[in-house]
Design a protein around this ligand. Sequence first.
Ligand SMILES: *[C@@H]1O[C@H](CO)[C@@H](O)[C@H](O)[C@H]1NC(C)=O
Ligand SMILES: *[C@@H]1O[C@H](CO)[C@@H](O)[C@H](O)[C@H]1NC(C)=O
Ligand SMILES: *[C@@H]1O[C@H](CO)[C@@H](O)[C@H](O)[C@H]1NC(C)=O
Length: 498
Amino acid sequence: MKSIAVMMSLSRVFIFMVLLFCSFQVHHATSSSSSSSSGGDYKQALTNSLLYFEGQRSGKLPSNQRVNWRGDSALQDGEDAGIDLVGGYYDAGDNLKLGFPLAFTLTMLSWSTIEFNDQLSKQNELQNALRAIKWGTDYLIKAHASPDVLYGEIGDPDSDHSCWQRPEDMTTSRTSYKLDDQHPGSDLAAETAAALAAASIAFQSTNTKYSSTMLLHATQLFDFANSHRGKYSDSIPPAREVYSSSGYEDELTWAAAWLYRASSTKKYLDYLGAVTDSGGVRAEFSWDDKYVGAHILAAKLVLDGKVNASGIWGQYKSQAEEYICSCAQKSNQNVAKTLGGLFWFLPWNNNQYVATATFVMSVYSKYLSSLGSSLNCTAGVVTPDDLTSLVRYQVDYILGSNPKNMSYMVGYGSNFPKKIHHRGASIISIKKDPSPVTCKDGFPKWFYKNAPNPNVLVGGVVSPDANDNYEDSRNDFQLAEPATVTLGPLVGVLASLA
Ligand SMILES: *[C@@H]1O[C@H](CO)[C@@H](O)[C@H](O)[C@H]1NC(C)=O
Ligand SMILES: *[C@@H]1O[C@H](CO)[C@@H](O)[C@H](O)[C@H]1NC(C)=O
Ligand SMILES: *[C@@H]1O[C@H](CO)[C@@H](O)[C@H](O)[C@H]1NC(C)=O
């Protein structure tokens, strides 16, 4: 009798709690839909964007891991080379660890954290942002095994792409590929230097020791990149299939700009001042083309009066501003837009370029605003507020204010992509069914299954096509595969709006 009474009262408490929870949910749904009429729930999107990085983690997961459908994976990485290369992030929807896009992601995530530190802190996301950086930079430090040795890829695209498996039970090749004195890769080594220099600034006030360790690695990597010239994808041939590099001058310039910002060492300022070709006005800012980023960092030195605005410095600044004017539709060569108003750069994962464009617009808006200044574009003046509203328009589009009424961020709003191209998300969680999914079984059992993914990769961002359409097809790796490179800058954009 007594136990029944206890059970009754417990169940009443339970029902009460369910009711409370439901009313909270209803309230939450109401408040987010009312906020979506005036724009997105940027705070929620920001939280999601940082959760995404937890979903991409490789290695031994920590006890504070919040994305619980994931488990430990790739715990033998580096064994073939006799070193520990466990950790880091999977690049996108496959299980490869790719140093080139990873380093760019971490540079942008660190830049996001540096510029929008106060906003991240106010939104209670600063610690999550620093954790997201550190999960990657801990790995980069391991990968930089000695001054002139840098591991740049783990896994083979052919082997990986011929299987459809969770990272937790992959059976594909995990070959480690490196750069060394005989196998140069100035682009990869310089981008890794940029990432560690930027991260050293992000950690300067909270973890001084870690910050100086990263700066030391960055310094060595820049020297290695500069003294052993070459394209990394010539030294690590499998990388050509996934992230083939078009050149390394942009990464060297960008890395020097980061190293100067991190260390104030004249050597890097001299490097930037001696550059003869600053790249011209660029059409995009991406994992392959860092000139826009370098131009913005150099323009900041001009704006701060740290360098003379003549010569190469004036070129950097005017090229940075011309790119921003073209995004703002105030140049004589504007960035294209879809009918629905989204910036249109390229058909493969277009939102990665929207993310970098809106990031530099947000940063420049901040710089101009602190000087009480505006941009003087060919077709008119652009104020910091103009830039912010343009950024908000792009972000609102991504979050659901678009012709499909669809959020292109997974897990945001009520209508988001359910069949993204992502091995881990599309296969039942190892926590729910530990029986291994073999290389080939994954295709009929999960890849071709016409059903929503069993796991929601919260924060992953996909892209509509040039006609504002999106079919939500798992097969469509150009549109439906979220990549880490998109989220590094987007964290900063969302923090700036939140
Ligand atoms: C900038 O450098 C140029 C060339 O060295 C010089 O002629 C000019 O006076 C300098 N301007 C300023 C503002 O220092
Ligand atoms: C913008 O440029 C034009 C032409 O070069 C100049 O006449 C005008 O004063 C400039 N405006 C600002 C705000 O700098
Ligand atoms: C999107 O939402 C608007 C406003 O609620 C509506 O008029 C329009 O028909 C919707 N479009 C689609 C494709 O659902």
